[in-house]
Design a protein around this ligand. Sequence first.
Ligand SMILES: *[C@@H]1O[C@H](CO)[C@@H](O)[C@H](O)[C@H]1NC(C)=O
Ligand SMILES: *[C@@H]1O[C@H](CO)[C@@H](O)[C@H](O)[C@H]1NC(C)=O
Ligand SMILES: *[C@@H]1O[C@H](CO)[C@@H](O)[C@H](O)[C@H]1NC(C)=O
Ligand SMILES: *[C@@H]1O[C@H](CO)[C@@H](O)[C@H](O)[C@H]1NC(C)=O
Ligand SMILES: *[C@@H]1O[C@H](CO)[C@@H](O)[C@H](O)[C@H]1NC(C)=O
Ligand SMILES: *[C@@H]1O[C@H](CO)[C@@H](O)[C@H](O)[C@H]1NC(C)=O
Length: 408
Amino acid sequence: MRSSIISAAALLATCTSAAPVVERTADAQANFPGILASYSAGFKNPTIQSSAGGQAICISGFVDITASANNFLLNTEIPANQSAVTQLVTELMQVNSTKSKSLNGGPNHVSGTYSIYSQLCFPQAAGTIDATTLQFLIHGSGLDRSYWNAAPGYSYVDYAAEQGYTTFLYDRLGTGLSDHPDPVQVVQLNLQVVIAHELIQLLRTGGFANQTFKRVVGVGHSYGSAQTASITAQYPKDFDAIVLTGWSADNSGMPVAFAGLDLAIANQVAPRRLAALNNGYLTSAGIEGTQFFFFREPQFDPLLLDLAEATKQTLSLGELLTNIPPKVSTNFTGPIIVVNGENDLPNCAGNCLVPYNKPAAVKAAFYPNASNGSSWYLAPSTGHGLTFHYTADAAYAHIHDFLKKNGF
Ligand SMILES: *[C@@H]1O[C@H](CO)[C@@H](O)[C@H](O)[C@H]1NC(C)=O
Ligand SMILES: *[C@@H]1O[C@H](CO)[C@@H](O)[C@H](O)[C@H]1NC(C)=O
Ligand SMILES: *[C@@H]1O[C@H](CO)[C@@H](O)[C@H](O)[C@H]1NC(C)=O
Ligand SMILES: *[C@@H]1O[C@H](CO)[C@@H](O)[C@H](O)[C@H]1NC(C)=O
Ligand SMILES: *[C@@H]1O[C@H](CO)[C@@H](O)[C@H](O)[C@H]1NC(C)=O
Ligand SMILES: *[C@@H]1O[C@H](CO)[C@@H](O)[C@H](O)[C@H]1NC(C)=O
């Protein structure tokens, strides 16, 4: 079997093209001829890839998800120009801003069928899927599914596969290869929650790869953690355990983090990749903003910052304006672990231990009935984009210890 391990430098050489760099479909297709036949059920236009470090085999394709949700009616237009975006963010970040509230016109029912790009990755060493436990990965804003599988040595998918776990990852609505509907009225948190719920139901009932996954662990990063916490509040049976990364109840770092991120109209700052997007899809204006929000020197290889910048994705205006804290998940009784970079800027105001232990506080604030097996961990001297740092694998080791201790 050919090794898929390639250097981060080699990755970078190709990473400005639209295709995700770590997914070498042609090689993998030739290497795993039987996989497509056995495991492609549920995917449209299925293909096979190796994960970044070669520890997992991934089946990928599109899935049509029909979903409806109570979004909010936002009384705002698609921004006409960058000046309008900058002014909106300025107003959102001012002291005691009432901007989101003043634009919110109340509940707005949305529904549709959305094409969601999905991947199911299982341990290459086993060569088959074990349906006992699945890890369901939800990426954050400004990223897509490739956050979980960024490069060799920087891949949650690889780490989990090495430990024997199958992972499911997908591009959230409005990112990557998934559909990009109206970024103001449609791409909002509540619809994202229902789409994830529908995917989880399919995974549990044989909708993918002819497997009925018995237990599902929810794993989020940043906005994906907020979404995971919203799922456990609304659908307490969806997950048996949860892993929240890049997240806490402290939002006090958001204004400075967003100031440094410098949100810009994505089709203007990344025209080679994102030209087709509506002006309501936003991303960092440049590499300085990406570093400021996601990275912490000197805990990363500069090539990973270049990779993150070259593959960056978007945040929708609707997600920005409806970023309300999740409800308390009183009915969730499984174990939770919160794992952050110690110096996470947006979600810990740059220090997760000042003035209190922010990851440890998540349980009391959002999961009063979570099991006593719950835990937390801080990756030392690490920023918000945990996967991009040298500390990623050590953090992933803590997560997998937690899962094993709790019987998963
Ligand atoms: C941006 O668009 C707004 C309309 O939304 C217009 O009033 C304003 O003059 C434009 N600004 C620039 C700098 O083009
Ligand atoms: C912001 O709102 C809080 C809560 O309503 C209030 O206590 C505080 O004084 C306000 N801050 C300023 C600067 O007005
Ligand atoms: C799906 O799984 C069931 C039960 O394991 C098996 O009987 C059936 O043959 C499988 N179907 C396909 C198409 O592989
Ligand atoms: C939580 O549990 C209570 C009591 O069993 C039930 O009434 C309520 O509907 C549950 N909430 C959710 C969101 O499932
Ligand atoms: C959760 O805890 C509260 C007390 O904090 C209790 O009243 C409630 O019954 C518990 N719910 C479940 C599902 O354990
Ligand atoms: C968790 O620990 C507390 C304090 O030690 C105890 O009161 C509680 O019953 C324990 N809960 C479970 C589910 O074991």
